[in-house]
Design a protein around this ligand. Structure first.
Ligand code: COA
Length: 262
């Protein structure tokens, strides 16, 4: 099936496992406001559905997720923060990720950029394909980290490696990501979905109350929420900066950015 360029989140459920497939392969599964809305709706529905014991996030095509749609970012640079204006769905999705009570899993192939990587920090089980490449080039876009990654990534991999990723845009390959504790396993690309679904089925067969309480004990959701709010405030300001506008315009014009005027 050929997805439209706008894409969709294809939601399916089987055996207590909900799968959310980011299905916008022509744009490397870059997430638009509408797709964040669909992801958020699905997560909210799942919280209410006792039959769903685990949620798996997948991406269609050769990339897991190229991060936030940069055309959407550009639109956000010119939005005025007027009262009554509906909040960007990306912030709704981030908050839901940080507070989600059920086990989250991801199967990642190819590029995982920006939120494509930072959402993995909120997953409880991550399987990578051998060609997975994780990166968080926030600074080169004139932005700052989000999804509490300014807290979670240094905690996991140490300040120096986290700075290389969050500030300098270093790309981490699958093997290093598993060694660093960002993922459970690296598998051949054609086994990715099976591997992550098997893990999800194992989790779905466990006593759900004990699983959710264990997750809650392991994650300091209060601190995560505080860090996310602090990041969101600065991120929203950065979105309106000249630096960010130049970075987004350069990407869309397929040219290198020029920050010499700043
Ligand atoms: N927002 C909007 N469009 C995006 C996108 C994004 N985040 N990522 C990819 N696309 C689009 C490209 O513009 C291109 O569109 P086109 O076919 O109309 O020209 C299409 O998706 C394919 O991407 P392309 O760059 O040709 O693929 P690639 O395999 O050479 O590179 C990436 C893949 C992910 C490395 C590269 O697209 C990229 O760097 N994307 C931006 C990532 C990013 O900075 N995200 C924001 C993080 S906060």
């Amino acid at each position: 099936m050929q997805a439209s360029e706008d894409g969709q989140i294809a939601v399916s459920a089987r055996g207590g496992v909900m799968t959310l497939l980011i299905d916008r392969p022509a744009k490397k599964n870059a997430l638009t406001d509408a797709l964040y809305g669909e992801l958020s709706d699905a997560l909210e529905d799942t919280e209410q559905d006792a039959a769903i014991r685990a949620v798996v996030i997948l991406g269609a095509g050769d990339a897991f997720c190229a991060g936030n749609d940069i055309s959407d970012f550009l639109t956000m640079t010119s939005r005025q923060g007027s009262e009554g204006q509906s909040e960007a769905q990306v912030f709704r999705f981030l908050r839901l990720l940080g507070s989600f009570s059920k086990p989250l899993l991801a199967g990642v192939q190819g590029r995982a950029v920006g939120i494509g990587t930072t959402m993995l920090l909120h997953c409880d089980h991550v399987v990578l394909a051998e060609d997975a490449q994780l990166s968080t080039p926030f600074v080169s876009l004139g932005l700052v980290p989000e999804a509490a990654s300014s807290l979670l990534l240094p905690k996991l991999i140490g300040h120096a490696r986290a700075f290389a990723m969050l500030a300098m845009g270093a790309v981490m390959g699958a093997g290093e990501a598993r060694e660093a504790g960002l993922a459970n396993a690296v598998v051949a690309g054609d086994s990715l979905e099976d591997a992550v679904m098997q893990a999800a089925q194992r989790i779905a067969a466990l006593p759900p109350g004990a699983v959710q309480q264990t997750k809650a004990l392991m994650r300091d959701s209060e601190t995560i929420a505080k860090v996310m709010e602090a990041e969101i405030e600065i991120f929203a300001q950065r979105l309106k900066s000249g630096e960010a506008r130049e970075a987004f315009t350069a990407f869309l014009e397929k040219r290198p950015p020029d920050f010499s005027a700043f």
